[in-house]
Ligand binder design. Structure first.
Ligand code: GDP
Length: 539
């Protein structure tokens, strides 16, 4: 007789493998050092052999599509890549978020697929606009945040002042785990709040492409070598300890506090400690909430996954469409047939890849927390749930309030067919939202975007991918609210309030568009009975 064994965390089972995984993203303002940090993290995990090879802005060998060229020309990362690496017996999945200043919904969607975020802050700049927006999304989604204050090798702001800013502006209690010895620009090393009285001296490795050299010093040695700087660091840490700034795991997971680390991604200082924090503090994948209050499917249950991004033509040679799937429960095996919850139709996963930077390799098996790229995924949409066995369905992805609107027309009327096909596809992918109104007709759809950069992407892809160049005519609306048919009709007939109601093609929602918030107020006063519901604000 075999003894009953618990499989709850056994290696090779979905739950056991999930427990080994950490799926996270780095959120930051452009130029804070996200690419540099990603490379530094991967370097520690030996996922790459030299800095600059992950998705560095300099090195894009083998990348051929126009899509990538556009990224390169702008020096931005538009696509979402996933980097998977092993570290200390764990499997880390680092999802890349688009880093451009302009905003699209992509970032939000990526954040729907992670369990934790690393908030990267430039020591000289503190909290910046994009950091604020992304932090709001994390808070909204209940994603715990680890903070890394970067570029401490350069002159910057005072450490206490930076913590104060986080606390004041984000109502988030910073709990420093490491503390810099030496002010920004004079980095001597790091004190560790968990081991008072010890210092880690960090020196840049020759060439800068290797992990920093770390050396543990006793308080006596630190005092002898760094005197005043060491004393200041320990005093500040004591001061913080006295104000209740110790890390508390429950508070962190609940989004009330953030463990803070200091360092310099460029010289690889403090990066290992950050990576350790991802392993030790970030939560492993947990059973995911389902739509309609259905019980979360256990990690060890049947397979389920969430499509959080769909990208067309990542690789020109393949002319394909790739859907990024996060495994939420069970084991994904390449070739398995899954069901798409939205249609009840089967989908074959014969062409499943892991997506490492821009390279692809076939993936045979994936566990909760992993990301799989499904190629030829014409039938899949962002927000789709895929499952085997009993039906699973995750709550719909939030759609964000668009703030930019433009009428789109084909530049060449003879290309109307390509035009319609292209616009429909970009809508499905979620590159933009497409609205139609009775007054303008379906021939003149209106594009709605969270940030104007999305329009550039539409222009580019319509011309190069669908051979249907477009003309865009901006509309002077900036506010969108959800309403019902009656509210829409009221807005369209109002003589007092400037605005227009349109239907969002994707889900049939009626959106009321206004030039300003002031007009929203006027409409509410004129038609107090018509509902106007705010959409999730991206700003
Ligand atoms: P991203 O736009 O957030 O991906 O930022 P990058 O990683 O491209 O970094 C922006 C600039 O900051 C680059 O010139 C980097 O070399 C530089 N940088 C990044 N991290 C550090 C750092 O720790 N120290 C210093 N001095 N520069 C850094």
């Amino acid at each position: 007789m075999t003894a009953p064994t618990s499989t709850a965390a056994a290696p090779g089972t979905a739950a056991g493998e999930a427990a080994r995984r950490r799926t996270f993203a780095v959120i930051s303002h452009p130029d804070a050092g996200k690419s540099t940090l990603t490379e530094a993290l991967a370097l520690h995990a030996r996922a790459i052999t030299s800095a600059g090879a992950v998705h560095g802005k300099g090195d894009r060998r083998g990348v051929t599509s126009d899509w990538m060229e556009m990224e390169r020309a702008r020096g931005i990362s538009v696509t979402s890549a996933v980097l998977q690496f092993d570290y200390r017996g764990r499997v880390l999945n680092l999802l890349d978020t688009p880093g451009h200043a302009d905003f699209s919904e992509d970032t939000y969607r990526v954040l729907a697929a992670v369990d934790c975020a690393v908030m990267l802050i430039d020591a000289a700049k503190g909290l910046e606009e994009q950091t604020r927006k992304l932090f709001d999304v994390c808070r909204h989604r209940g994603i715990p945040v680890i903070t890394f204050i970067n570029k401490w090798d350069r002159p910057g702001r005072d450490a206490l002042e930076l913590l104060d800013e986080i606390e004041r502006e984000f109502r988030l209690r910073p709990t420093p785990v490491t503390w810099p010895v030496g002010i920004a620009g004079h980095m001597r090393g790091l004190a560790d709040a968990r081991e008072p009285g010890t210092m880690l001296r960090c020196t840049r490795a020759p060439g800068g492409e290797k992990a920093a050299i770390e050396e543990a010093l006793t308080a006596a040695v630190a005092e002898a070598e760094f005197g005043e700087e060491w004393r200041t660091a320990t005093e500040e840490l004591e001061l913080l300890a006295g104000t209740g700034a110790a890390h508390d795991q429950a508070d962190f997971l609940a989004g009330r506090s953030t463990p803070v680390f200091f360092g310099a991604a460029l010289t690889n200082i403090g990066v290992r400690l950050l990576l350790d924090a991802v392993v030790d503090l970030a939560p492993a994948p947990a059973p995911r909430e389902q739509a309609g209050g259905a019980a979360p499917r256990p990690l060890d249950g049947e397979f389920s996954g969430l499509v959080f991004k769909v990208q067309a033509n990542m690789d020109r040679a393949h002319r394909d469409r790739i859907a990024f799937l996060r495994v939420c429960s069970g084991v994904f095996e390449r070739g398995m047939t899954v069901t798409r919850a939205a249609s009840g139709r089967p989908f074959s996963t014969k062409y499943a890849h892991s997506v490492f930077g821009q390279d692809r390799t076939s993936v045979e098996r994936a566990y909760p927390g992993d990301v799989v790229g499904l190629v030829n995924a014409t039938a899949l949409r962002v927000g789709d749930t895929l499952y085997t066995g009993r039906k699973a369905e995750f709550p719909p992805m939030p759609t964000f309030a668009p703030e930019h609107f433009a009428i789109v027309r084909p530049a060449d009327i003879a290309k109307s067919k390509q035009f319609r096909r292209g616009i429909a596809q970009l809508d499905e992918e979620g590159v933009v939202q497409v609205l139609v109104s009775d007054a303008r007709g379906e021939q003149a759809p209106v594009l709605a975007a969270v940030g104007p950069m999305q329009f550039d992407v539409v222009r580019h892809r319509m011309e190069h991918e669908f051979s249907a160049a477009v003309k865009l005519e901006p509309l002077a609306y900036t506010c969108a609210r959800r309403t019902d048919a009656e509210g829409g009709a009221a807005l369209n007939r109002s003589r007092l309030v400037h605005g227009e109601a349109m239907t969002r093609v994707k889900d049939g929602e009626i959106l009321a568009l206004f030039p300003s918030r002031w007009h929203v107020g006027s409409f509410e006063r004129e038609f107090p009975r018509s509902p106007l519901e705010p959409l999730i604000a991206a700003h």
